[in-house]
Ligand binder design. Structure first.
Ligand code: GDD
Length: 242
């Protein structure tokens, strides 16, 4: 057991308008460490984190990478940190308040109390619980999830969900270095590897709100990666080559 058992990993790229408030909200929850993985944000996100570190000392951690290297590799870097520092419950969360930090204890308790090995904060577990997304984004996300679910057989509705709590045994069991997707496909790959390895996934309904500050980093290449990656994952799993 580490000094503190729960670690929330938040990747950031140009989140200067959100990060201070996010840090303060998470720190208020107590008993949770926060690790920011910043990719050299030109808007000075990392500098704000450093200012806040004076207040929250070793409960607020920062890893800086030299340039925009993608959400997937940011999380893999964070997972390795969590494993090296003996954290038991490891969460993923966006920096932009799409994910309500007040849901963190709910996700963590699902895993802590043994109801799941991986608790997925789901936008589609209870109908559709997304606020303020343009219809085009909703259709894209919903159909991407149907597609990924159909091909992989994953037993969850929100395969690309980016809000979750993972027991460390899952990260140990799937060898995080093997994860090779980098965009939203990263989320599908993580869920798929955990499920194939026999871990229990459970969806917990959350409300997802479109960000009010900053912009989404979604791009065409992220969408394409998700389209072909699900096939690659499925084929690899059929041949036992995951
Ligand atoms: N370090 C780092 N952080 C990044 C990068 N790209 C995005 N981020 C950070 O990752 C978080 C999510 O990025 P957004 O660009 O806001 O994502 P989104 O379009 O709202 O996508 C959300 O929904 C997807 C599914 O629809 C999810 O798959 C995704 O994980 C996320 O939750 C934010 O904190 C953002 O700053 C990157 O290259 N590097």
């Amino acid at each position: 057991m580490g000094r503190h058992s729960s670690l929330v990993i938040v990747p950031t790229y140009n989140e200067s308008h959100n990060i201070r408030r996010l840090i303060r909200l998470v720190m208020k929850l107590g008993d949770i460490d926060l690790l920011i993985i910043d990719d050299g944000s030109p808007d000075g996100t990392a500098e704000i984190v450093k200012e806040e570190q004076k207040k929250f000392s070793d409960h607020l951690l920062l890893i800086e990478r030299p340039g925009k290297l993608g959400l997937g590799t940011a999380y893999v870097r964070g997972f390795k940190y969590a494993l090296e520092h003996d954290y038991q419950y490891i969460c993923e969360m966006d920096a932009d308040f799409s994910h309500d930090p007040n849901d963190l204890p709910i996700l963590i308790n699902e895993v802590k109390d043994g109801r799941a090995d991986l608790a997925v904060g789901s936008r589609y577990a209870n109908g559709i619980s997304i606020i303020n997304w343009p219809l085009s984004r909703l259709i894209l996300s919903y159909s991407a999830n149907l597609y990924a679910r159909f091909i992989t057989g994953l037993p969850i509705f929100d395969t690309t969900a980016g809000y979750k709590c993972i027991h460390r045994k899952v990260l140990e069991g799937i060898s995080v270095d093997k994860i090779s997707s980098n965009g939203y496909a990263f989320q599908i790959e993580l869920h798929f590897r955990a499920w194939i390895a026999g871990f229990r996934l459970k969806e917990v309904a959350i409300i997802f709100r479109e960000r009010e500050e900053g912009v989404s980093k979604m791009s065409k290449s992220i969408v394409w990666e998700a389209i072909w990656r699900v096939w690659a994952l499925k084929i690899k799993s059929i041949f036992g080559a995951l």
